[in-house]
Design a binder for this molecule. Sequence first.
Ligand SMILES: *Cc1c(COP(=O)(O)O)cnc(C)c1O
Length: 400
Amino acid sequence: MSKKHHINENWGFATKAVHVGSDPCPRTGALATPIYQTSTFVFESAEQGGRRFAGEEEGYIYTRLGNPTQRALEMKIASLEGADDAIIAGSGMAAVSGIFFSVVKQGDHVISANSIYGCTHAFLSHMLPNYGITTSFVNTTELENIKNAIQENTRVIYIETPANPTMALTDIKGVVAIAKKYNITVVMDNTFASPYLQNPLSMGVDIVLHSATKYINGHGDVIAGIIAGNQEFIDHCRGTAIKDIGGIPSPFDCYLMLRGLKTLPLRVQKSTENAQKIAEYLENHPKIDRVYYPGLPSHPQHELAKKQMRGFGGMLSFELKGGIEAGKIVMNSVEVCKLAVSLGDVDTLIQHPASMTHSVIPREDRLKGGITDGLVRISAGIEDVEDIIADLEQALAKIK
Ligand SMILES: *Cc1c(COP(=O)(O)O)cnc(C)c1O
């Protein structure tokens, strides 16, 4: 299934985003990649079916094992992440679980950043122990903590940068240097930055994943995930966790992502510009205590962000002085900003974890995870930034 499309390695990111994987259909000349909405593919003969299953002949068999619309997207994303190859999974969590089930086995140990996506944390702390795999959660903003957690059986270091909720960064090259010494695999969730702002594989990370639901698709209408890495790992993962657990996307969703990816550079540029302006506005607001955005000189890792990212991204968070009540007032007053979880959409999304996503978690536990009473998160969209700021201004004015 490695049908080669026209790729020029010297192309810039935006050219790759538009053209890689998107050769015109050889039969009809169609420019847009067709949606091959089919579960199965007809063989010309029993012999051909045999050769396809034996891997002696290129070609499709059954959509869980591969599909042309999905393949076009895999080639585009691999080229944007600088990977040998990539797999599209049915969700970001299918990517997370697919990676772990193809890398770790009973008796292995994982070191994970403590500040990671909630469901990934649940997977590592509740599901993997059932299979004899344990995880130590550490604050990876200090590399010393990773070194101290290494055991004989440590197989994976798992990081996410920038991370929820304080947009804390982990030094990617620093983690890789430690891992290489001990022959440990580094897996990184690159969802918040998108491939446009950060390419972990080029910094020595072994496997990268995305929730493609976010910036990759970008339009709030698909759930999907990405796994990218070297050919040996991708072939192994495709032939085991993806084939036999089966978390794959539909061809139609792949088509939507192919379309969404063409504008990834434009969307990320605009949401980054907007986030910077929103962060600067909020930092000077009297009802706000702190703003967390890697693009502000006040961010403790502003210098590291400049080193390992090509831009500071569209995600920011801030602390309201007025706590829970102030948070609810802002949530119930915004009009342009949409009150919703998820991120990386063309629409600006806002949420208040203490009253929403984390409201059922005991306050003590919530605070330990950095989710304070007045913490609000914004995923900047691509609207006119004046309208987003005016919206926040009128909502903040309602706090007495
Ligand atoms: C959303 C998200 C995920 C999970 O992805 P789904 O597509 O919702 O399954 C994983 N990691 C991060 C950082 C996310 O934001």
